[in-house]
Design a protein around this ligand. Structure first.
Ligand SMILES: [Zn+2]
Length: 365
């Protein structure tokens, strides 16, 4: 398990906020690490849990909340944020089984109310090692209202020596009452250049492929890895070429729709990421159309925006002609993005994946 802040790329604001909280000894009972997926929120949460329990830190306390007897650093600390990595607590974190660290991940698509009930039961007892018990709840935006309300009750009356770290996206799926109970630490997408450099180093791919992946992944390392491992960029191209080549009525279109729907359905849980990719293409279509509309391009109220799918510029040009988007590209794209959102919500409800894709592709022609 990655338990060091050194594994966290960029996110200087988050690091500074946490460093100040640790330095002042004023930690909140609950934090919400908020930002897009795949940019290090969980890594930061695990690292913070390790730091709060590291025995070389002043923050490690005995049951009566006094600093532990031996607070002398075992190793010199390079940074106030970083755990020593060598004390008994740090070693337990490294092996992934610290008794005072609870990690709750979505079961299937969401964190369920049963999981919150389990936490409540466990929190009745004091921390086992008398440090700071940390409860990490990942992707809290997936919680339904029932589970969220149950969690809210815990946050309203937090047990002693317990710190909650919630992670979630910024799309508004988190109950405002939960947000207001937490100190929000913002996390931001990585820059395309930085992410591309990481991909070149870690994934051993060339700069051009890395730059394309970084742009399409919108600053998320984990998303870039999924795109690559599942070959999603090629599949995206195949589906778009189908949409741009045929009309809905063409017999060959039906054959292609059935073939590609089956292929997409095999992505299983990654189908959701794939639909996001298609959505980003339609988003790009408005950006591309605005950049090629002489009036808008000259109007300073519409500054040029970068394309996400930079590698698909020729297809965007083709799409603009194919769908005749001179007059109102925004409405066209919004309509397509709405169809994609509907497909995503059907996926969440466990509808048949092949069928979802077939209906969607016919709608998108
Ligand atoms: Zn330590």
């Amino acid at each position: 398990m990655a338990v060091a802040f050194s594994a966290l790329i960029e996110q200087d604001q988050a690091k500074e906020m946490l460093r100040r909280a640790i330095g002042s000894g004023k930690l909140a009972h609950a934090y919400l690490f908020r930002g897009p997926a795949g940019i290090g929120k969980k890594t930061a949460a695990q690292a913070l849990a390790a730091t709060l329990n590291c025995r070389s830190h002043q923050l490690f306390t005995t049951p009566d909340r006094k600093p532990a007897a031996s607070t002398k650093p075992i190793l010199p600390r390079p940074d106030l944020l970083e755990a020593c990595g060598a004390c008994p607590s740090c070693r337990k974190f490294a092996s992934g089984n610290h008794p005072d660290f609870m990690e709750i991940l979505p079961e299937g698509a969401a964190i369920k109310i049963e999981q919150i009930r389990e936490i409540k039961k466990a929190l009745v007892f004091p921390p086992l090692e008398a440090g700071n018990r940390v409860v990490l709840l990942a992707e809290v935006h997936t919680m339904r209202r029932e589970a969220a309300n149950s969690l809210l009750k815990v946050l309203e009356e937090p047990p002693p020596s317990t710190i909650f770290i919630l992670t979630g996206d910024e799309a508004g799926g988190i109950l405002p009452t939960i947000v207001s109970r937490c100190q929000v630490i913002p996390f931001f997408p990585l820059s395309v250049t930085h992410l591309a450099n990481i991909l070149v180093l870690q994934e051993k791919i060339d700069q051009a492929e890395a730059t394309t992946l970084a742009a399409v992944a919108e600053g998320s390392l984990s998303r870039a890895r999924i795109l690559r491992q599942k070959n999603l960029l090629n599949l995206r191209r195949e589906v778009l070429i189908m949409l741009l080549t045929y009309t809905q009525e063409a017999p060959a279109a039906t054959v292609e729709v059935l073939r590609l729907a089956e292929k997409c359905a095999k992505l299983e849980k990654y189908l959701d990421d794939f639909l996001d990719l298609l959505s980003s293409f339609f988003h790009d279509l408005t950006v591309y159309s605005a950049a090629h509309d002489h009036q808008k391009a000259a109007d300073h109220r519409f500054p040029p925006r970068p394309l996400i799918n930079q590698d698909l510029a020729p297809l965007l040009a083709h799409a603009k002609d194919r769908w005749n988007l001179r007059d109102d590209p925004d409405t066209f794209s919004q309509h397509r993005e709405e169809q994609l959102r509907r497909a995503k919500s059907q996926l969440k409800r466990n509808c048949n994946r092949t069928l979802i894709c077939e209906v969607l592709f016919f709608d998108l022609f």
